[in-house]
Write a protein of this length. Structure first.
Length: 263
């Protein structure tokens, strides 16, 4: 997994960004590796082309890697590229809520959002011991999923944005994220600094979605020194990460997780 540098000082905090290494899924293996019985990948999403049993085992491995126990409850959301966040229920839930952010101050529960190019953002409140995970594609970023999620933490847990810490995990970088005029116009209309998020040249426009979310965290009131970026570009590093774009749509899902250690 990819851990956030410096977060080891929070002994109460579980966290991590997964890679595709260390699992049992074989659907997304490169052709040259499929003949090897000892090879597998850590697909953590219930995709149409992977077996559900493989994903369940992969999730148990991931939960154990992050928390030390396969028994830790995992709470996820049905991601819809929105600006909606929900508070995770303390007990088991029969339904998975539609949202792109999930929050909790309950110890012993692991939160997770899934990505394969979109930007995962983890936020922790050391003062109140509350945590959140956000899935920020370009649509969610334009709709301010992270900024509104931080505001929800303030409303639910009394969090002071100036005392929060955040980490932006592996996602598609400006080097690889080509976008069209529709995306440019929406960012420029929504943010005063929108034009600064794009690199334009040779009839190609690229979006820095990682920087867009860093700026949004600053807008929400976080200190720049409290925001870490970990993992790099998913499209550039296929040996570590799944990338929807780089694979032509044939990709598994990674998970960004955060939780409060059970005392």
């Amino acid at each position: 997994m990819v851990a956030v540098p410096g977060w080891e000082r929070f002994d109460w905090l579980w966290h991590g960004f997964s890679t595709h290494l260390g699992g049992v899924s074989r659907t997304y293996l490169p052709e040259e590796l499929r003949e090897r019985a000892d090879m597998g990948q850590l697909n953590l999403g219930y995709t149409a082309t992977d077996e559900a049993a493989n994903v369940r085992e992969n999730r148990l491995r991931w939960i154990e890697a992050v928390t030390g126990s396969r028994e830790t409850p995992l709470r996820t959301i049905r991601q819809i590229h929105s600006n909606l966040s929900v508070v995770a229920e303390a007990g088991p839930s029969e339904t998975i809520p539609q949202a792109d952010g999930i929050l909790t101050d309950q110890p012993g529960v692991l939160l997770g959002v899934m990505t394969a190019d979109c930007i995962p953002v983890l936020v922790a409140d050391p003062a109140h011991r509350a945590v959140a995970a956000f899935h920020a594609g370009w649509r969610g970023t334009v709709a301010r999923i992270v900024a509104l999620g931080v505001a929800r933490m303030t409303a639910e847990f009394g969090s002071d944005p100036g005392r929060l810490v955040a980490a932006i995990g592996p996602g598609i970088g400006e080097c690889c994220y080509r976008v069209g005029a529709e995306v440019v116009s929406q960012f420029e209309a929504e943010f005063s600094y929108g034009a600064e998020l794009f690199l334009k040249g040779n009839e190609v426009t690229r979006l820095d979605l990682i920087e867009a979310n860093r700026r949004q965290l600053l807008d929400a009131g976080l200190d720049a020194r409290s925001i870490a970026v970990a993992g790099g570009c998913t499209s550039c590093q296929p040996w570590y990460f799944y990338s929807h774009r780089a694979s032509g749509g044939h990709a598994g899902r990674m998970m960004a997780s955060i939780g409060i250690r059970q005392v």
